[in-house]
Design a protein around this ligand. Sequence first.
Ligand code: ADP
Ligand code: MG
Length: 247
Amino acid sequence: MASIIEVKNIKTKFGDKVVHDGLNLSVNEGEIYGIVGPSGSGKTTLFREMLMLQKFSAGSIEILGYNLGKIKYNKAQKLRTEWGVLFQAGALFSSLNIKENIALPLTEYTDLSKKMINEIVEFKINLVGLKSSDALLYPSQISGGMKKKAALARALAMDPKLLFLDEPTSGLDPISARSFDALILKLRKLLGLTIVMVSHDLQSIYATLDRIAIIDEKKIVYEGNLDDIKDTKSEFIQTFFRGVNSI
Ligand code: ADP
Ligand code: MG
């Protein structure tokens, strides 16, 4: 299977504080890959590094064949259109309605006509299970679950092959969270997406992930499927997965 993300020996420091001390992982095309670890272990920072929003101190990251440490401006701009991102806070613009939020990447990165953009937005709204009549609502007028769906529709606006989700179900009620899991599985199949997801939602982890990387003590303490986790000696793993399949 082709790997489309290769993280090699990544080290990250903020001043004297070491956050990552040599992370290695690889994400294969078509999989839903999870990143799990204690709060403050540098999951979001790793995301930001993969998204070229944050510099790492050492190591290399290759995504879709591009070495991020050496990439030129034009290639970087192109790469930015090939992934979609859903950040932890959802981050819809509160002054824009759903339709305008989803249209934003299309107006920013393409010169498509207004009519074409409207059609794409309408399609994405339906794709994530929102109704066409929701398009004119503002973020303050919709539920948490709908916000996540709208943010997901915006992440999918440019038809990316790769999707980054940072704790997509956190803050959702259980029914919305399970519905979001089902949506992720549906979209992976329908669109052939590769998905990298930070999560600490155990149900979501077991429902959606093919493989998982666990960060603890600044390193990847486990990378692999969900079945073999119990053989790993890590206090975080023992605590986090306690009670699951009688680990
Ligand atoms: P997680 O997402 O796993 O909870 P983060 O990646 O948000 O963790 O943060 C990892 C650590 O790095 C935390 O201690 C955080 O305070 C620190 N950190 C993150 N970004 C910065 C920054 N820009 N400057 C200084 N410290 C930072
Ligand atoms: Mg985080």
